[in-house]
Structure formats: C-alpha cells, structure tokens
Design a protein around this ligand. Sequence first.
Ligand code: NIG
Ligand code: ZN
Length: 411
Amino acid sequence: MRTIIKNIKELVQIRDNHIDRIIGKDMKVLPTIKNAYLIIKNDIITDFGLMKDLNHLDFDKEIDATGKLVLPSWCDSHTHIVYAGNRESEFVDRINGLTYEEIALKGGGILNSAKNLQDTSEDELFVQASVRIEEIIQSGTGAVEIKSGYGLEIGAEIKMLRVINRLAHKFPIAFKSTFLGAHAFPESFKNKKEEYVKKICEEMIPQIVQHDLAEFIDVFCEKNYFTVEQMETILETGKKYGLIPKIHVNQFNSIGGVESGVKHNALSVDHLEIMTAEDIAVLKDSKTMPVALPACSFFLGIPYTPARKMIDQGLPLALATDFNPGSSPTGNMHFVVASACIKMNMTPEEAINAATMNGAYAMNLSHSHGSISIGKKANLIITKPIPSYHFIPYAFGSNLIDQIILNGNVY
Ligand SMILES: N=CN[C@@H](CCC(=O)O)C(=O)O
Ligand SMILES: [Zn+2]
C-alpha cells in the first residue's frame, strides 16, 4: 500500500534518521519544508521533499493537504493512564485549601487510587483506560509510556501491567510499560518501609520480568516517599533483571535523586519542578533526558520546571503529560506544548522538539518515532488549515487536528 500526502503547506520536524535527541541551543531549530510531499509505504515513511521535485508515480491513496501542516505524532513519555475512577473530590479539597501533600499524608492521593484500583477488575480497568487512549489518539499522540504504581501489591501491579499489554494489542500507537511499584508505601508498610523495598526487589521485580511485563523501572524519590538510598536499591535490582531506570524526582524537593538517576544511567529524570544549580550541572553531557510535566504544575499550582535555565545551560528537555487522576488528569499533548511556551518561556520550536524527538528518546523510541525521517513509522498529525506551527501553542484551546495517520493509515 503506497500513500502520498501532497501539497503540504509545511512539513514539520524533518530529520536524518540517525539523530536521537535535540540538545540545548539546537532545540531552537525546527527543520521544515514548505510546499512538500510525503510518501508512505505500508506503515513506514519512505520519501519526502518539495512538491516541485515529485515524480509522477502511482499511489493507492492520495491525501491533499493544501493549507495544512504535517507533523510527527506527539510522543508522550510519562503517563499513569491505567487507573480506576477519578479523584475529583480531592480536587475540590485542594480548592478549599488543602495541599496535594496534606491530602496524601491523610491517606488520600496515590493510596486512594491504589485502594480503588485493587477493587476494580482487570476488564473494567481495560475499559476505562481504553477511553483515555482513544482520547489521547484523537489529540495527536502516537507513542505513549504507561506506568503501573496504583497496585502497590504484586497482584494489582501485574493487573495494571497486563492492561497496558492489552491496550498495546488493541490500539495502533506505540506503547512502553514501566513498573512503578515504588510509587508510595502501602498503609500496611508505613512503619516497615524497608520491608516494602525488600518486597519490591525480591518478589515483584522477579515476577514482572518473568512475565515480560515491563521495559522500564521507576521510583518516586521524594520526602515522605522513597529516599535516594531506597531508590538506589530498587534501581540496582531492576537493572540486574534488565529493567531500565526512568524516575520521578525533584517534584517538591531536591534531595539528590537527579544525581543518583544520572549515576544509574536513568533514561529519563521526570518532574524537576525544583532544580538546584548542582542538579542542572549533573545532567550536562549525560545520556539522561530531563522531562518536564507542565500540566501537573498547572493543575497543582506548583512551580514549572525551569526550562529556560536548563536549555540555556545546554540541556535537552522532553515534555510529557503525566496523565494521572491526582496531579494531571489530562493526556492532551497540545495543551502541554502550549503551556511550555506560555508558562515556561519555551519557543514553539523548542516545545515541538521536546514533545516529539526528545519524548521519543525518553522512551527508547527515537529510532522509530518522533520525526519525519525515512524509515520511521508513519504516525502523523495533519492539521486543519493554519497559518504556521507557531499557531499550535498560540491557539492553546482549539482542536487543530484534521486527520490522524497511524501506521500509515488514516485513523
Ligand atoms: N508524583 C508522583 N506520581 C504522580 C502522581 C500520582 C497521583 O497523584 O496519583 C505524578 O507523577 O504526578
Ligand atoms: Zn508521574
């Protein structure tokens, strides 16, 4: 099956396929071709260029993109999409004055979602998560990472990871799974935290790997959650079993988690709302991708990741939604890109690089996703007629998508 998209007003994020991520001042550059064509064979991008250079060939399907832009689909490298119910009552509690941390200390927050998830069947979880996946696809996401971490005991953690597996078989986007048993301490372990860490290392990790349920391992390293030492024990065990670290750090406090993440070759360090000069310095020249989650900052009213400082000091940055019931109940990458520009002073070029190429890197997908490159998956967004890609963050509340292409097919 050969498909051509022709008369593209601007083809955005064209790259050589050996580029894996965009760093520092290079993030200000977003390569494009105006008045372009793009050719897809089955599910793969095989050619693109200027309309004037197109040789007339036969195609099975033609799409006319006059006045429209074509971009790679968004790559959302940090979500918790498999959850049960919602936490709208905590949302109202916060409006009435409680903080996210105070709610968690009273047994709400992650533990509230864990109780709900433990009482929900796998089939029901699959139904609820499918609705959210459908929604993120419609908003332009073509690759997504999903974490466990609302199970907090082996059966429920496996249930979550099995749901991710089933989603991957149902929907035509790329999925990556992360084991986050170290998301919070269950109530029954609150006075024996080392025992829970032992449980994660000796019972959970071996079983999850045995059933091939995750590629990454995550820990929430934060005051009142997991210490740097506990995180290191868990990451080192995970690595022995072949799991790659991706961690939650510096959401509320800088306690040394970033440095430890880099030391353990974490693929990404995520949140980073609170960053010291040392945290920034340690990420420089490392292979670890910093990931900002501006929808979480927006929803909780906490600081935004200091993107300007980080990029200006030569770091790369990825953007993700953090879609979860407590701190970011949205999977809308368009909103995330817009917030990065509006609240974090990132340029549209930087924000689009962060939400495509660097997001793909943060889930080990930059060989196949995140840019318009020959040989990569044809997961694309075709916009409605818009003036330029600057309009994407500018029109932050409008649906600008005309068509979604996934694996070379119109979705
Ligand atoms: N901070 C830790 N975990 C999630 C929130 C989980 C929740 O509140 O349910 C996050 O990334 O924001
Ligand atoms: Zn998260």
